[in-house]
Design a protein around this ligand. Structure first.
Ligand code: CTP
Length: 468
């Protein structure tokens, strides 16, 4: 089968260079797969029956591009014309970049292909003059692409023990491509679930990010749960599954609900961290669950319990403990507030308090809250959505009037100290807090004159005297 996927001149250059060096070279892996899926791909993997690093150096010289060499991995990479091209020698052993096993090179193409993760990732195009562009597909990868199947080239127990991350990669590809995983593979993943232990959490987090950024993350998340992988690295989430019943009353399955919320939010935002917030928004529920006779199931304060759990989750996933974590934590803590507003009457002061607490993340919070509406009762959903629209309108109105979103107290500590002739001390905080509260409550407007007048009154109440 000859296909014209090798139009870019870099393939010609690699082909000639390999010939000059007396080795065979092939395009392999993701690039070939994505050609068949008509997905754009700028990462090109070249496998060489010989030293990948030597060929990379020779190609680099020709195209006048710097070559980065990763001796430990036996790979070399160069950038050319918007493409990232990675070279590697064909391997007999596991292909994984991060494997702890030693790299065994000097393999043939066939040996290299069979140590790769999936049949759809083991496809290769020849770069030899005599059969240039020929597809080499020893494991039926193209058929698997057509049938939407993730399958390993070898016995899955071998492929997955070579690099256990592949178990999560299988699920990630299923989510990204909407494929199913072969039964044999699924059984093997369940059997080998404990092998996740040896993986670095950073690699798992990277795959989780890709699952969350896929078109329908619930496919991947459900598979992670069903294969019992999720409980290995994110038990807080896995634990949401299940329904308890008392006095004939059950609560909703919070895992299924969470998946629905993540899918909902995926249609509204590409912000990875907002998707993480959706994933984690209810993790405080198991710890807060109570059955109150005559009332039913309650999850009081689960949003605060959940928010407190976020740093632990980030740490355990080796994700950065930075402002992204704080953002997720804030959204989890606030995720009930707009809904609570809808249920009470929507006063301006409640709106101002929400604007004050959410700040610039108010729009994202509203997206999260909208995604969180998953009731099957259509009337209920319609009613909540209508009220939500009202809250959204009010938010815009109140913000235009009072500018609370990036609240800056109109009165600074310096001004208070200067006016009353005092040093840094407790009354300054008390006065500033009183001004903020009065603005949020709507007792005064958010401007300097009214805030200054209140400062004088509060100062006098505290026994302070204006220093002339
Ligand atoms: N590979 C593998 N086992 C792994 C990782 C990678 O066999 N644990 C092989 C696969 O053949 C894969 C190729 O290395 O196609 C390149 O890996 P990578 O760049 O991680 O993945 P892609 O398939 O290109 O897909 P993506 O860029 O979406 O990760």
């Amino acid at each position: 089968m000859s296909i014209n996927f090798l139009e870019h001149k870099i393939f010609d250059i690699v082909s000639t260079t390999a010939k000059e060096n007396g080795v065979r070279a092939f395009v392999i892996g993701g690039y070939v797969r994505d050609c068949f899926l008509a997905r754009p791909c700028t990462d090109i993997d070249i496998v060489v029956e010989g030293s990948g690093i030597e060929i990379a150096k020779a190609v680099g010289k020709k195209v006048k591009s710097n070559v980065s060499i990763f001796k430990n991995f036996g790979t070399a990479m160069l950038k050319y014309d918007g493409l990232e091209i990675e070279f590697v020698g064909a391997r007999k052993e596991s292909y994984s970049h991060n494997s702890r096993k030693p790299i065994v090179e000097n393999g043939t193409l066939k040996e290299d292909q069979e140590r790769r993760d999936f049949t759809i990732n083991a496809l290769a195009f020849s770069l030899q003059e005599e059969d240039y562009g020929n597809l080499i597909d020893p494991f039926g990868g193209v058929a698997d692409l057509q049938n939407g199947i993730i399958r390993t080239p070898l016995d899955p127990d071998i492929t997955y023990s070579d690099d256990p991350l592949r178990m999560i990669r299988a699920i990630r590809f299923a989510a990204q491509l909407g494929f199913s995983i072969s039964e044999e593979s699924l059984r093997s993943i369940k059997r080998n679930k404990n092998r996740l232990e040896i993986l670095s959490r950073e690699r798992i987090a990277e795959e989780m990010n890709k699952i969350l950024m896929s078109p329908k993350p619930s496919i991947g998340l459900q598979l992670l749960q069903d294969c019992e992988l999720l409980e290995q690295f994110l038990p807080q989430l896995s634990r949401l599954q299940g329904v308890e019943t008392q006095e004939g009353r059950g609560h909703k399955d919070n895992f299924a609900h969470t998946l629905q919320v993540v899918d909902n939010i995926t249609t509204q935002t590409d912000n990875l961290w907002l998707r993480w917030a959706a994933l984690l928004h209810d993790i405080g529920k198991p710890a807060s669950k109570r059955y109150e006779p005559g009332i039913g199931w309650t999850f009081h304060t689960h949003e605060f319990i959940g928010a407190k759990m976020i740093p632990g989750v980030f740490k355990q996933m080796k994700m950065p403990l930075n402002e992204k974590m704080k953002y997720v934590q804030k959204l989890v803590a606030l995720h009930l507030r707009p809904t609570a507003l809808v249920e009470d009457c929507v006063t301006d002061s409640a709106i101002r308090r929400l604007l004050f607490d959410a700040g610039d993340d108010i729009d994202d919070l509203m997206i999260l809250c909208n995604a969180d509406i998953t009731s099957k009762n259509e009337n209920k959903v319609r009613k909540i959505k209508e009220n939500f629209a009202l809250v959204t309108r009010k938010l815009v109105e109140v913000e235009a009037k009072d500018a609370i979103r990036n609240f800056q107290n109109p009165i600074t500590g310096e001004l208070i100290m200067e006016y009353f002739g005092i040093e840094p001390s407790r009354p300054i905080g008390i006065i500033k807090e009183a001004i903020k509260e009065a603005i949020l409550e709507g007792e005064i407007e958010n401007n300097f004159e009214q805030a200054f007048a209140l400062m004088k009154i509060k100062g006098e109440e505290l026994g302070l005297v204006h220093k002339k």
